[in-house]
Design a binder for this molecule. Structure first.
Ligand code: CP
Length: 304
């Protein structure tokens, strides 16, 4: 988080101070049961999604609507990006039309920080809606809120994050958020899908079963084929056999272990349908909490 000349931004959880982190969780939690105030009436939000999205995009739109803001979604495929316009020039143009806050999903690692530096003192608020492999801060907040609502205090909670860790911005933000709540976070995945450097807030497990042993939370991640060279992704059936979460494999975790996934998930690849749809799954609860979390973030960056 940074505040420059009056604008507040959410670029990642790594640099979000504790007070703001807990404020966002508490405010989102309050929104779950309380009708939202029209605190952003007259405010305009632009959704710029340079990568595909269902949950994040839809929940930012709903969050804006519930707070009384106007949300504009730029159709990137038909935008002047394809005539060579830079992200910064797109932001400046929409800011000139009165947009206050930009919600941006982009494949470029570090592009929001670069854009912010270029935009300078008159930068509008920028919110990272998933950037390359670096961070997905609102998803990290969702994951933290989901577990805090489920378990209360998360101190010592054993969380295993399993799958394509190397390409996962979700794993990075979740490890930061959950370790900040005091959870004991481990990550595991095939050697080819592990990061070069350890994730902040997590330790590396050696095998799937090592990560599952005693885990009270199992968070599965999708294999991000779109970030791999052609032919570089593992075969689905082989992956499922070795790294897929089935009911049998879940039995290696704590007997009451809950299952999470940020979505979208691939049934029969990283997770079996019987687990995704099973009684221990929190997946749709994560999705539902996306709206209050993004309401809290939109209100906070607007300084309300
Ligand atoms: N979890 C998540 O970011 O989902 P979407 O890609 O559908 O937004």
């Amino acid at each position: 988080m940074t505040i420059d000349a009056g604008s507040r931004h959410l670029l990642g959880l790594a640099d979000l101070d504790d007070a703001s982190f807990y404020h966002l969780l508490d405010r989102a939690d309050a929104f779950v049961d309380t009708p939202p105030p029209p605190s952003l009436t007259g405010h305009t939000i632009a959704n710029l999604f340079f990568e595909s999205s269902t949950r994040t995009h839809a929940s930012f739109e709903l969050a804006a609507a519930r707070l009384g803001a106007y949300a504009l979604t730029l159709d990137i495929a038909r935008s002047s990006t394809h005539k060579g316009e830079s992200l910064v020039d797109t932001v400046r143009s929409l800011q000139a039309m009165g947009v206050d806050t930009f919600v941006i999903r982009h494949h470029g690692d570090g592009i929001l920080r670069t854009a912010l530096a270029e935009l300078g003192d008159r930068a509008p608020s920028l919110v990272n809606a998933g950037e390359g492999r670096s961070e997905h801060p609102t998803q990290g907040l969702i994951d933290a809120l989901t577990l805090r609502r489920r378990f209360g205090a998360c101190e010592g909670l054993r969380v295993a994050i399993v799958g394509d860790i190397a390409h996962s911005r979700v794993a990075r933000s979740a490890a930061i958020a959950l370790s900040r709540l005091g959870a004991d976070v481990s990550v595991a995945g095939p050697a080819s899908l592990l990061p070069d450097a350890p994730l902040k807030g997590a330790r590396m497990a050696t095998t799937f079963d090592d990560a599952l042993a005693g885990a009270q939370v199992v968070m599965m991640l999708r294999v991000q084929r779109e970030r791999m060279a052609a032919g570089g992704a593992p075969d689905d059936a082989a992956y499922h056999a070795e790294w897929g979460l089935t009911r049998e494999r879940l039995a290696h975790a704590d007997k009451d272990a809950v299952v999470m996934h940020p979505g979208p998930f691939n049934r029969g690849v990283e997770i079996a349908s019987e687990v995704a749809d099973g009684p221990n799954s929190l997946i749709l609860e994560q999705v539902a909490l996306g709206v209050p979390v993004r309401m809290a973030v939109l209100e906070w960056v607007a300084g309300r």
